[in-house]
Design a protein around this ligand. Structure first.
Ligand code: AMP
Ligand code: MG
Length: 342
């Protein structure tokens, strides 16, 4: 299949992309979190093509993207007051709310769960596309399953070129990690995936929020989790990754003491002088004090190592405060939870 790459997202291009979605095709599009690979969420056959293009395990559910808050009622069977409070506070934005789903939502979207994840993105071109399509758009990240999520259209082309109908290039993503996922389907709100809307922000609106074990630990293949995607290795570049947590000066010293030929390093900007000239492949994650900047850079850094042929990647990992929890979660998953605490 030839993939149309749209460098300039005109109204006409959005109309064509909306028609591709309505007709059961696949369009990769920019959002504020990462690039999404979209299909008509109400068309099970179209959604199946997303799984084929990505090589995604069938038991990993997709998020439905909507363009206006009212569309939540077309997908969710129950909308508790807490969901409305979250929507008022954080939509449009990088927050997915998991709710009991209506029977019309295809099982391909929910992976057979009786819940559905719903998000109203803030990216203007994402919203314009959903409006043009006239249907909710089911979209996971537009990468080959297991690889780092795409934060530029070039990343999408690398993984999806020749496999999907269209790629819309809207520049680099402003958040850089996938949406926060919070489930309101149980008795207590539960954070399933950390993201740009932080745990602290959720607690300020909801009070008590539990953090799912899968956010911080490896989950065994035999364990039942509320989102099956949580147990797969994820976000991984070709080379194995070691995530090193703890005080930046100490983690930098540990990495320096472990360095071998062929290693790549991801370091905090402040620690860069310690590594310059000592390591062949070096990428900065941004300042240790700025996890939002780290979130924007992380996936591009991980992909960059694939192009230079690093044999192992040693990465400084931030702590769990604010957006740091999301960066640390992605980095630890990329490392298959090979984490060293110094
Ligand atoms: P991705 O598009 O790669 O960001 O994957 C979508 C992710 O959204 C899944 O891996 C889950 O973490 C989450 N998700 C989507 N729908 C549900 C749901 N019904 N219940 C729990 N988590 C969900
Ligand atoms: Mg993904």
């Amino acid at each position: 299949m030839t993939t149309e790459f749209v460098e300039n997202i005109t109204e006409q291009a959005l109309r064509r992309a909306g028609a591709v979605i309505r007709q059961g095709g696949l369009v990769a599009f920019p959002t504020e979190t990462v690039y999404g690979l979209g299909a008509n969420a109400l068309d099970g056959a179209a959604v199946r093509r997303i799984f084929e293009a990505k090589g995604r395990p069938q038991d990993n559910p997709l998020i439905c993207h909507i363009a206006s808050p009212d569309a939540i009622y077309s997908l969710a069977r129950e909308v508790p007051e807490a969901a409305l409070r979250l929507a008022r506070e954080f939509w449009p934005g990088p927050l997915t709310i998991v709710l009991p789903c209506r029977p019309e939502v295809p099982s391909e979207v929910t992976a057979g769960l009786d819940t559905v994840g719903i998000r109203l993105p803030s990216h203007p071109q994402a919203r314009a596309l959903i409006s043009e399509a006239g249907v909710p758009i089911a979209a996971p990240s537009a990468n080959t399953s297991g690889r780092p999520s795409p934060t530029t259209a070039a990343h999408v082309l690398e993984d999806m070129g020749g496999r999907i109908d269209m790629i819309l290039d809207g520049g680099a993503c402003s958040v850089g990690v996938e949406s926060t996922v919070v489930s309101l389907a149980g008795s207590v709100p539960r954070l399933l995936r950390p993201g740009g809307v932080t745990l602290e922000m959720l607690r300020s609106v909801l009070g008590e929020v539990e953090v799912d074990r899968a956010v911080r630990e490896q989950i065994g293949a035999d364990v039942r989790v509320s989102a099956p995607g949580m147990k797969y290795r994820h976000y991984a570049p070709r080379a194995p990754v070691v995530a090193v947590t703890g005080d930046p000066q100490r983690s930098a010293a540990y990495i320096l003491s472990e360095l071998k030929d062929g290693d790549g390093v991801i370091c905090f900007e402040e620690c860069r002088p310690m590594f310059e000239g000592r390591v062949q492949y070096l990428h900065s994650l941004g300042m240790a004090s700025d996890p939002s900047d780290q979130a924007r850079r992380l996936f591009d850094d991980l992909r960059a190592f694939d192009h230079c042929g690093a044999e192992r990647i040693l990465a400084q990992c931030p702590g769990d405060d604010g957006v740091g929890l999301a960066v640390a979660n992605r980095l630890k998953k990329a490392a298959g939870f090979h984490v060293v605490e110094v």
